[in-house]
Design a protein around this ligand. Structure first.
Ligand SMILES: Cc1ncc(COP(=O)(O)O)c(C=O)c1O
Length: 338
């Protein structure tokens, strides 16, 4: 199905009054996402929060089914938390690093992730090595291969960095990680919702994403994919009565599924809103959304280049053709806030 633009605009109350380009920050919600959140809040106000959660169990649970359809995984491999950073952190801090281990990451890494690397470097004596870029500004897969040794315990990159439009070769990196048996964590915060994401095809073990950007969900929503193969070996840094069972006075049992990375008290209205947002994106088709994004980007570049005084240095015409610019020059690094 191609996107019916009139319908999409009618579905989006914000476009009536705002020309809004900040999807990399937080996109405009469709009306039905907004309605689903408000309706649940109103139900909570009418009958009580616990009772509303019981009554709307199916709508709440749908976030796991919708998320698994979006990423091509099992619903048990999805955890839903309050943002992508918390999803990423819960996974990262569950990894059993030891002194001397190495983390390989990219030059265009998200700042919060890099702060976490520095913290484990400081606390555990892990080293953090940045994979050089290739001539297009992407993570160089050849350089990655040349950096591998038995001390590398994690490859952790951002798929689409927060500013600049670069798309890192997530699948090629996944092939290396799989071949070498190295854990692979993908920050897909800026790619989920605008680029088809198939975790089996990419070959990542873990993936974090947010609801409010290209999925157009409510703020304060994020989710984590953890592959079944890795799940059992990972104990989250925080546990509570949702993540684990206090089985006897001195023991606890961590739950089997990815919800071990969640916590008990949560915002049920936004969980429903996220499910509705994912279903809405799936209804248009992520492939179709990507085609629309690419065609708008092409239009922007061609029309900008017609304006005197503007030089368009990025001549990308398709998702795969990346510009010959150094993305090291983009504003990533200390103090970046997106
Ligand atoms: C690449 C990337 N990773 C992670 C995040 C953090 O997402 P959240 O604010 O949902 O924690 C962002 C937010 O802008 C981002 O751009």
């Amino acid at each position: 199905m191609s996107i019916d633009l009139d319908q999409a605009r009618n579905d989006t109350p914000g476009v009536q009054e705002t020309i809004h380009f900040n999807n990399a920050g937080a996109a405009l919600m469709p009306q039905l996402v907004l309605d689903s959140v408000i309706t649940h809040l109103q139900l909570e106000a009418r009958i009580g929060g616990y009772e509303a959660a019981d009554q709307e169990r199916a709508a709440i649970e749908d976030v796991y089914s919708a998320g698994s359809e979006l990423l091509n995984c099992h619903p048990e491999e999805i955890a839903v938390v309050e943002n992508a950073t918390r999803a990423w952190d819960m996974l990262f801090y569950a990894l059993p690093f030891q002194k001397g281990d190495r983390i390989l990451t990219a030059g265009c890494e998200y700042s919060s992730n890099y702060i976490a690397y520095l913290q484990v470097q400081k606390q555990l004596g892990v080293s953090v090595d940045v994979i050089p870029n290739d001539q297009f500004g992407q993570v160089s897969v050849a350089a990655l291969e040349s950096m591998l040794d038995e001390r590398v315990k994690l490859i952790s990159i951002t798929h689409v960095p927060s500013s600049g439009g670069l798309v890192n070769p997530a699948k090629e990196i996944g092939q290396v990680a799989r071949r070498e048996g190295i854990a692979y964590l993908l920050d897909a915060c800026q790619s989920v919702g605008q680029v088809p994401i198939d975790v089996q095809d990419i070959g990542c073990d873990f993936l974090s994403a947010t609801g409010r950007k290209y999925l157009r969900g409510p703020r304060g929503t994020g989710f984590l994919y953890v592959s079944k193969e890795k799940l059992a070996s990972l104990e989250p840094p925080f546990l509570d009565i949702h993540a684990a069972d206090w089985s006897s006075r001195d023991t606890y049992t961590v739950r089997d599924d990815a919800r071990r990375f969640e916590n008990w008290e949560t915002n049920f209205s936004t969980k429903i809103g996220l499910a509705v947002a994912i279903r809405y994106a799936l209804h248009w088709g992520i492939q179709e959304i990507q085609e629309r994004v690419v065609s708008l980007a092409d239009l922007l570049r061609s029309q900008l280049s017609e304006i005197a005084g503007i030089v368009v240095t990025d001549s990308v015409t398709s998702h795969d053709e990346l510009p010959q610019v150094s993305h090291d020059l983009l504003p990533h690094g200390p103090n970046e806030k997106i």
